[in-house]
Design a protein around this ligand. Structure first.
Ligand SMILES: [Zn+2]
Length: 123
């Protein structure tokens, strides 16, 4: 758990809906469409590194598996790999970071291959 999530500084955190479409797509393809995911943009100035300097990057979640509700906090704009990574944590809450990364690579690797193949066909 990162420092900032435990602090009550949430007034600076703004809800962000521009990633909803991407997230819905990935929720469906990962088989967890029943979860509600809300995204919040966090200013990097709020993220404290271990050395107490601010300005760190973070993408992280606080999942509630009983209510099927997940808050997703991010400093950078969310890319597919960020979303897939965090949604895999939702789907497999017991897996560690390395296992999640392996699954993420499998999913995005096959996605990229498909896109590459279809691009080749059409040219
Ligand atoms: Zn992770």
């Amino acid at each position: 758990m990162h420092e900032f999530l435990e602090k009550s500084l949430f007034q600076e955190v703004t809800e962000h809906s521009s990633f909803d479409l991407k997230i819905s797509k990935w929720k469906a393809s990962l088989g967890i469409p029943h979860y509600t995911i809300k995204t919040y943009h966090v200013p990097t100035a709020m993220v404290t590194e271990v050395n107490f300097e601010t300005g760190g990057e973070i993408v992280g979640i606080t999942p509630n598996h009983t209510e099927l509700f997940v808050s997703l906090f991010h400093t950078r704009p969310l890319e597919d790999d960020d979303i897939v990574h965090e949604l895999l944590h939702v789907k497999y809450p017991d897996l560690g970071e390395d296992e999640i990364n392996i699954k993420m690579d499998e999913i995005l690797g096959s996605k990229i291959n498909k896109q590459f193949k279809s691009t080749k066909k059409s040219t």
